[in-house]
Write a protein that binds this ligand. Structure first.
Ligand code: SF4
Ligand code: MSK
Length: 651
């Protein structure tokens, strides 16, 4: 039960969030180690940090650190097989793309499978909530929405449309010819460039398998060719696997609209049964929402002495429930252990991705029931309960889980300490709702996004997304970067843990605009009543940012494709492989993308230059890395200004 951490983290330097600081301290008082303490005690490997450690065969690991003082003359570093630093760093980068694309796309596949069950009427627990969205995506799959009968055009049967969309969507993971339907959703010039470059994906699964093959020992030894494959797989992630995931989730659970809620550990309630859902897939958690709101469960909780059931979330499962139901996130990735340390978490229900194995150890120190639900994400510790979720009896599973949490309410052991810290926020900005709130289109009126970019009230658009990373001060870089951007009239679109961080620090309210924005952005936000930072959802919902950029490009007045726009991307505190896949699909869709912390490319300067410079000449977007948050934001602003100048709209 006790901590093994020797050095303890200083709560004040570990996070800028007072709730997190308070709970790190509380964990330390209880001798429960958290990621913050572990980061003090284990430093990363310097060669791995540089991206030049290869362990792709048993003759290695071959380690090729950059000599102190850099390379003089020819770079003759090589592994036992002769692999160069460029090959090794490119292979490592590619395997991160494969891991990230696989995670997002498998999430998308899971959603498509459930949607197929719905369309086949094999489940009663899920239904189609948003037929409008179904009709809007059907043409992208070449599915007709009308039929001709006796020369008359009639609406086609919705069940037929759903089934055809479901079958065509499912087939995208393994299609055997042509390219995925959704690639054509990109601006035409961008699509043509991909085609010319030979990087249109064949199908989602194949591009990921291809990476694993070509990065096997002794296969692809040309970093440029490896990056080309990264592009196919990353595009298959962003424009196919993730985008289908987002769309079908919207069809089944509803397309998000602005919704008010709260955020941070303070959303948990001492006198309520607290259930925290954590991970990424909303399939089960949608049912948990319904179960917690059922009279049967509310009455049962009352019987057990609780005033109600408080559902909260961590990571992107939280974002999914927030944007459609207003369920409040209890915290970001780095706060997952801390939610249990409150002593008030009666059940933590996890699905896939970003789940610390140490949750099981922390849960052991409290009464918390830790429940895994996904067949591919189990834990070895014996205090973990596995309830495998199946869409065919989803509501039964959800009720079983909620009941287990209610039964556990009376077992709380230690003093419950919930930091009384939370913020108000507005989330739920889908592309559809942004368009609606900004004048009903992207161009043509006083309110629209394009017009406000052209007239200079809005300087540009930034996507700020991604994780927290225990190697940097929790939330600090997200918040510093976003504040610097909005202060300079750059509107921010955010997803993932970055969005949760923005909410925690008060940036997701319309009121924050007047205080924190430059005058132009403040005027727009005040006129239409939106926050300067728009919460667009979860990790897979980065596809919404791709589509928002596409709509802006297609609406006209700002060039023809994404690379022409005054936009930039950022992942300030990234940590996951998914972030690399996301970064690469943004770069190859034409977005200048800056990562914080570090990038594992420093040990291979030639490969690094290829990502950071040469890609711009091919796709219009390129990678960059800047750890200092203000310099990071200023680089993005400089790029936005460069694009404004090229467009001739700079004043
Ligand atoms: Fe070393 Fe080459 Fe094997 Fe990598 S593939 S571990 S560089 S011998
Ligand atoms: S949850 S991938 S820590 S954003 Fe999507 Fe947060 Fe990053 Fe996980």
């Amino acid at each position: 039960k006790k901590t093994k951490a020797v050095k303890l983290a200083n709560p004040l330097t570990a996070s800028i969030d007072p709730a997190t600081q308070q709970m790190i301290k509380r964990a330390q008082e209880l001798s429960v180690d958290t990621v913050f303490d572990r980061a003090e005690n284990m430093k990363p490997c310097n060669i791995g940090l540089q991206g030049t450690c290869c362990k792709n065969c048993a003759m290695g690991p071959c380690r090729l650190p950059l000599p102190k003082g850099g390379i003089e003359g020819e770079d003759d570093r090589k592994g036992l097989c002769g692999a160069t630093p460029n090959t090794i760093a490119a292979r490592n980068f590619a395997r991160m793309v494969a891991g990230g694309a696989a995670a997002h796309s498998d999430h998308g596949r899971g959603v498509a499978e459930v949607f197929l069950s719905v369309a086949r009427k094999e489940t009663e627990d899920y239904v189609i909530k948003d037929y409008h969205k179904l009709i809007s995506i059907a043409p992208h799959f070449d599915v007709a929405t009308t039929v001709e009968v006796d020369g008359e055009t009639l609406d086609r049967d919705l069940d037929e449309i759903a089934l055809e969309v479901a079958e065509k969507a499912m087939a995208e993971w393994g299609r055997t010819e042509g390219e995925p339907y959704y690639m054509k959703r990109a601006p035409e010039q961008l699509y043509n460039r991909w085609k010319e470059m030979g990087v249109l994906p064949r199908n989602v699964d194949r591009e990921i398998v291809d990476i694993m093959h070509r990065t096997h020992m002794g296969v692809d030894q040309d970093y440029k060719n490896i990056v080309k494959q990264c592009t196919r797989a990353a595009l298959a992630d962003g424009w196919v696997g993730s985008m289908i995931g987002t769309d079908l989730q919207d069809v089944m659970f509803g397309t998000p609209n602005p919704i008010q809620s709260e955020v941070n550990l303070g959303v948990m309630k001492k006198d309520h049964v607290n259930i925290i859902v954590h991970g990424h897939e909303p399939i089960l958690s949608e049912m948990i929402v319904a179960a917690t709101q059922s009279k049967e469960m509310i009455d049962y909780a009352a019987e057990k002495g609780a005033k109600g059931i408080q559902l909260g979330g961590i990571c992107c499962t939280a974002n999914e429930l927030l944007q459609r139901h207003g369920i409040p996130p209890a915290g970001t990735f780095l706060q997952q252990e801390l939610a249990i340390v409150t002593g008030a978490c009666d059940a933590m229900v996890v699905d896939v991705q970003c789940i610390f194995q140490n949750l099981a150890n922390v849960a052991k120190c409290f009464h918390t029931k830790l429940i895994t639900t996904h067949p591919i994400a189990r834990m070895e510790q014996n205090n973990v309960i596995h309830i495998e979720f199946d869409e065919h009896h989803a509501m039964d599973d959800a009720k079983r889980i909620v009941k287990m949490a209610i039964d556990n309410f009376e077992n709380r052991e230690v003093d419950v300490i919930i930091p009384p810290i939370k913020e108000n926020q507005v989330a739920g900005f889908s592309v559809e709702s942004i368009e609606y709130h900004l004048g009903g289109s992207f161009r043509g009126t006083y309110y629209t996004l394009n017009d406000n970019i052209i007239n200079g009230r809005i300087r540009g658009i930034a996507g700020v997304v991604g994780c927290n990373n225990a190697r940097t001060k929790h939330n600090n870089d997200h918040i510093e970067i976003i504040k610097e951007l909005i202060k300079n009239d750059v509107i921010v679109l955010t997803t993932g843990c970055s969005a949760i961080a923005a909410g925690m620090h008060g940036l997701l309210t319309p009121e924050s605009a007047a205080v924190l924005c430059g005058p132009g952005l403040a005027e727009v936000c005040e006129t239409v009543g939106i926050p300067p930072v728009l919460h667009m959802g979860s990790c897979v919902d980065n596809s919404r940012i791709l589509l928002a950029a596409t709509e802006v490009a297609k609406a006209g007045g700002l060039g023809k494709e994404i690379k022409d726009l005054p936009v930039a991307g950022s992942a300030p505190e990234w940590m996951s492989e998914k972030a690399i896949s996301i970064g690469h699909y943004f770069v190859t869709s034409g977005v200048y993308t800056v990562f914080g912390c570090h990038m594992p490319v420093e040990g291979a300067p030639v490969f690094k230059d290829y990502l950071y410079k040469d890609l711009e000449g091919i796709y219009g977007g390129m990678w960059d890395c800047e750890a200092d948050p203000i310099a990071h934001a200023q680089k993005m602003i400089a790029h936005i200004d460069k694009k404004r100048q090229e467009l001739g709209i700079d004043k």
